[in-house]
Design a protein around this ligand. Structure first.
Ligand code: SAM
Length: 285
């Protein structure tokens, strides 16, 4: 057990986790700029990349590189510096540190040593995509990148498609078609999926539809840029309903103001039955 008071005098420095924009420089927060200016050192995933950001905001703080391949050597060095009182900011190439990016182990090492870890809120592709997806925003399940190949990938996909939460995955443009195709094999054809592309950038777009529609779309339109794929949670099918009960469900939605077409679609998803079957039942009864 330990309690951290983030803002109090301490002979140790603090580790600040600073999100950076995911495409649009205007998403840099005032606090992020100020914090990067004020710290003694910035631990950056790619110092050349971060240099461009620092130049843009006229930040002159010194950088050191900190990434997946040098973390074992760098963590003890950074912890030593923090213990001598230096404040350090950690940044990744884009978005929120530790979210499918380096950071986690440094955070854990700092906590072990009673060094304050202070997170700044800011851009992440995951929540940016989620809130505009139109899918249920909570509960959600952030998965990040899928394993590239093999049985584990299949198992990961199966697990995601069986979840009742909205799932969020990161995907490279080179694998978007494959991933959507794999999902098409497993999901009910009317499960909703959203592909959020190039968020915050000039070519930002959202392709929303059933897994069949979205997957077919990207067979015809080559995926380009950065992608987040979101999968609607599985709705537990209400099985074994009589025709009267099905028609009553549609009618209840219509009574609440929905168009019959939308009500039929919603009930067909709910009971995992084709739309035309629900249509026939509703219109015949
Ligand atoms: N730390 C970042 C965050 O907080 O979102 C994620 C870094 S991860 C290495 C990069 C992946 O995030 C990309 O492959 C893509 O799936 C997603 N991503 C990052 N920026 C994006 C954007 N502008 N639009 C869509 N997806 C993006």
């Amino acid at each position: 057990m330990n309690e951290q008071k983030s803002f109090h005098d301490n002979s140790f420095g603090s580790l600040f986790l600073v999100p950076t924009p995911i495409g649009n420089l205007e998403d840099m927060t005032f606090r992020a700029v100020k914090q990067l200016q004020e710290v003694d050192l910035i631990a950056a995933e790619d110092t050349r990349n971060t240099k461009k950001l620092l130049n843009h905001f006229e930040i002159t703080t010194q950088q050191t590189s900190f990434h997946e391949h040098n973390k074992a050597q760098k963590i003890p060095e950074l912890i030593e510096k923090l213990k001598t009182g230096m404040d350090i900011a950690q940044v990744s190439d884009a978005g929120t540190p530790s979210i499918s990016d380096p950071g986690k182990e440094l955070v854990q090492a700092a906590i072990e040593e009673n060094i304050s870890v202070v997170a700044l809120p800011g851009a992440s592709a995951s929540t940016t995509a989620l809130i505009a997806s139109g899918l249920e925003p909570q509960p959600f399940y952030f998965y990040g990148f899928l394993t590239r190949k093999g049985k584990q990938r299949q198992a990961e996909l199966l697990d995601l498609t069986n979840r009742q939460e909205t799932s969020i995955i990161y995907e490279s443009p080179f694998r978007v078609v494959k991933t959507l195709n794999d999902l098409k094999e497993i999901l009910d054809s009317n499960r909703e999926v959203v592909a959020a592309r190039e968020l915050t950038k000039i070519h930002e777009s959202f392709v929303r539809g059933t897994i069949e529609e979205v997957s077919d779309y990207f067979v015809e339109h080559e995926p380009k840029g950065e992608f987040v794929i979101l999968i609607a949670g599985k709705v537990e099918a209400e099985l074994d309903l009589s025709d009267q009960e099905i028609a009553a469900k549609v009618q209840a939605l219509v009574n609440q103001g929905q168009k019959p077409k939308d009500a039929i679609k919603e009930v067909s998803t709910l009971i995992n039955q084709p739309k035309n079957k629900v249509y026939d039942i509703y219109h015949e009864l």
